[in-house]
Design a protein around this ligand. Structure first.
Ligand code: B12
Length: 367
């Protein structure tokens, strides 16, 4: 199966070329196209069947995510990401009762929208990608039946512990989750293991259960909230030594996932940084103002959803306009774990795959 994916990536990279001009036209017209696609799809007589009885809102959300994702694909030529993400889209929506037939219908409607709103040359360039996806429909179905790719391989000794913690998250049992963490954590080193070997893999499993249609978005929130409570409790025992070097840790604008950044923030703080942890979805200009005021040495940005890569780039270029002090920008999160190389394209100085590596990079700028 891996060979099949590699072949597809190669083929996509060779055949799908989109010029910056066409990518810009696509982005400029995205809201018009989105409205058009929503309207066209909603009035189809077979729409209830295609959506497997789901509300139209779920399709609208998918279309919004789609157009924002494709903006990033075209702008940064993320065709490898496209090949990796489309099977996931098929899988997660099909597991939530969407018919496989929905996808070619949807893609053909995007083609129509592109033709309607974009100049001819741009439309034919962009639609080559849509034609390619439609042509690969059967392969995408096949790939979507593979195991989820959001899995952290764990040594056996952690598997059982992770399983236990996960069960507390799914039961909604904050008390047991906290008791478990307290029993396990005896030193700062244990905090690192707890987060990387138990919390992060448990949350990846939570996501895979959502993807498989076995738990709801509300249960994802519940799991996050329990982890937040546990982390807050552990935080009160962090070292209180004098901290000087400042770091700001934030999720990208529009990004709702916050725990990856929070773990990075906690690890930096244990390492002696004075950390401003901002959480999810921070408006770009507000963040720039805070950076100007606090003058940190490090800005760490977390991006989970690929459609927020562009938001991170916009943020980085605004921050780069503040020329009067030296700031290093580190980026990470699931979107970059899929294709790490693009951190350079969007103007970051460094990328790290996890919180431990983030601290190793930051260390060199502490003094
Ligand atoms: C909880 C959760 C949510 C919550 C978030 C609540 C909150 N307050 O944070 C809610 C319900 C809001 C949510 C929403 C959505 N989610 Co969600 N979510 C998750 C889940 C289960 C856990 C996220 C998490 O905390 N992970 C644990 C952290 C610790 O891991 P991490 O982020 O990878 O962080 C580590 C590294 O990446 C790195 N790192 C992270 N940031 C940074 C930053 C720097 C600078 C550095 C150096 C390193 C670094 O270090 C961290 C620690 O080692 C994930 C599953 C998963 N695999 O993560 C899905 C997941 C991310 N969500 C997903 C999806 C699809 C969505 C939704 C579209 C639909 C939905 N499920 O509701 C929306 C989109 C929202 C939006 N518009 O942004 C998908 C994304 C798939 C994809 N194609 O990319 C996932 C992977 C689930 C899945 N398997 O399908 N989600």
């Amino acid at each position: 199966m891996k060979e099949k994916v590699d072949d597809l990536i190669r083929e996509a990279k060779e055949t799908l070329v989109v010029s910056p001009n066409s990518a810009r036209h696509y982005e400029e017209k995205k809201d018009f196209m989105l409205e058009f696609v929503n309207q066209e799809m909603s009035k189809r007589p077979d729409i209830i069947k295609l959506l497997g009885g789901n509300p139209l809102q779920m399709m609208h959300d998918n279309h919004r995510n789609h157009v924002n994702f494709m903006v990033n694909v075209f702008k940064y030529s993320l065709f490898e990401m496209l090949v990796k993400i489309v099977p996931w889209v098929y899988k997660s929506y099909h597991n939530h009762d969407f018919s496989y037939d929905y996808f070619p219908v949807e893609l053909n409607t995007w083609k129509k929208a592109v033709k309607k709103f974009l100049p001819n040359i741009s439309a034919s360039e962009i639609n080559r990608t849509y034609d390619w996806l439609i042509d690969k429909h059967d392969v995408m179905i096949e790939l979507s039946k593979e195991q989820s790719h959001f899995v952290i391989p764990l040594e056996r000794k952690w598997q059982e512990k992770k399983g236990k913690f996960l069960s507390y998250l799914l039961e909604g049992n904050s008390e047991a989750a906290l008791k478990f963490a307290k029993k396990l954590i005896k030193s700062y080193e244990d905090i690192e293991y707890f987060h990387l070997k138990i919390v992060q893999p448990s949350l990846y499993d939570v996501g895979n259960l959502w993807e498989a249609g076995k738990i709801s978005v509300a249960e994802e929130h519940l799991a996050t909230a329990i982890v937040g409570r546990v982390m807050a409790n552990i935080y009160k025992d962090f070292p209180k030594n004098k901290k000087t070097a400042k770091a700001i840790v934030t999720s990208a604008p529009n990004e709702l996932h916050e725990l990856g950044g929070r773990i990075v923030a906690d690890f930096l703080e244990i390492d002696g940084w004075d950390v401003y942890y901002l959480g999810a979805n921070v408006p770009e200009q507000e963040l720039v103002r805070l950076i100007k005021k606090t003058k940190p040495k490090i800005l760490a940005i977390s991006v989970t959803m690929p459609f927020n890569i562009e938001k991170a780039e916009i943020l980085i270029s605004s921050v780069r306009e503040l020329k009067d002090f030296n700031l290093k920008i580190i980026i990470g999160g699931i979107a970059f774990n899929i294709i790490p190389e693009i951190y350079k394209t969007i103007g970051a100085d460094f990328y790290a795959p996890d919180a431990k590596k983030a601290v190793e990079i930051a260390k060199q700028f502490k003094n």
